[in-house]
Write a new protein. Structure first.
Ligand code: NDP
Length: 294
């Protein structure tokens, strides 16, 4: 069997176009475009790339992008003051503080200071709690995008056994909550899990969010299973001095057994930014007292 490739890049492009198409009616009703504020502290190169692509995607969708670049030595209080100002700014619907923050800043304190109604990353404990109890929440972008790809590939997920590898607050845990909401039977695996290959072999859906290059092997996959590879790992490339990106799943091996699989790059990655725009549009509608744009 050769797996169907789940084209996250194409799906994300479609989603972004649908979101952009909804912006004009929001502008008509409220007199302003939805606004996303992105805060970057310091000069981490990967973070700079992410912030640039978030800005570009926001503008392309017809939304307002507010970028705040602060020096690495910014104090925690100065960052909290900026977050408070963005909370109070009516033109800002979404606030994203790019992680990781410099070590002298307590990221939990900063995330806790964001108004949950503007928490488009979905990392605030209020949104995590709402997701856990099934109330209206802003849901973290990477698991939300992964769920959309799964629903597009499989339709109704109810009754399927999903194994989520990874239990981080930003991917693994919210992914498991979303799959549970869809009535999957959910197993969450992590670094202490015994017989991981044996557990993954039971899965109709495998979501790998580990951060270990090509850890999940082809003989772990049940024939026909759907594999969502969240991992992004930079490894040495074929040519000396060159690097390439690989996922947490050994792609060729897994694709030979799975029914469908996301590639890396071009799978889950593009969905993360598309879902950030989706959350910004949703937050803008909710803040304006309008019904959700879906
Ligand atoms: P974390 O490092 O926060 O979490 C990794 C998880 O994997 C932990 O729960 C850890 O278990 C588990 N783990 C580590 N080693 C093993 C192992 N040998 N067997 C089983 N489980 C293991 O990572 P994130 O959740 O933030 O990210 C995961 C991956 O997803 C990374 O590659 C990251 O780059 C990528 N990512 C991709 C995004 C995208 O847009 N596509 C967005 C966000 C992340 P334990 O809790 O026991 O330590």
């Amino acid at each position: 069997m050769t797996a169907r490739i789940i084209d996250g890049k194409a799906f994300a492009a479609g989603l972004r176009a649908r979101l952009a198409a909804r912006v004009p009616s929001f502008v008509e009703k409220t007199g302003r475009a939805p606004g996303l504020a992105v805060v970057l502290v310091g000069e981490d190169p990967a973070s700079q790339v992410y912030v640039r692509s978030k800005h570009k995607a926001t503008v392309e969708a017809g939304m307002q992008s507010f970028e705040h670049r602060l020096p690495a030595e910014t104090s925690q209080q100065a960052l909290l003051d900026l977050v408070a100002a963005l909370n109070a700014d009516d033109s800002v619907d979404g606030i994203l503080v790019q992680l990781p923050l410099p070590p002298h800043i307590d990221d939990k304190a900063v995330l806790a200071a964001i108004d949950p109604a503007k928490d488009v990353d979905g990392f605030h404990v209020v949104n995590a709690g709402r997701l856990a109890v099934g109330e209206e929440a802003l849901v973290p972008c990477t698991p939300l995008g992964s769920l959309m790809l799964l629903q597009d590939a499989l339709g109704d997920l109810s009754g399927l056994h999903a194994v989520v590898i990874g239990r981080s607050n930003i991917v693994g845990k919210p992914m498991a909550q979303l799959l549970l909401q869809q009535s999957c039977t959910v197993t969450i695996a992590h670094s202490r899990t015994k017989d991981l290959p044996g557990i993954v072999r039971l899965a109709d859906i495998v979501v790998a969010a580990v951060g270990r290059a090509e850890m999940v092997r082809g003989d772990w996959i049940k024939p026909g299973a759907t594999v969502i590879d969240v991992g992004i790992n930079r490894v040495p490339g074929a040519e000396p001095g060159k690097t390439k990106l690989v996922g947490d799943c050994a792609y060729d091996e897994c694709a030979a057994v799975a029914g469908a699989i996301t590639p890396v790059p071009g799978g889950v990655g593009p969905m993360t930014i598309a879902c950030l725009l989706r959350n910004t549009l949703v937050a803008a509608h909710r803040r304006a007292g309008l019904s959700d744009p879906e």
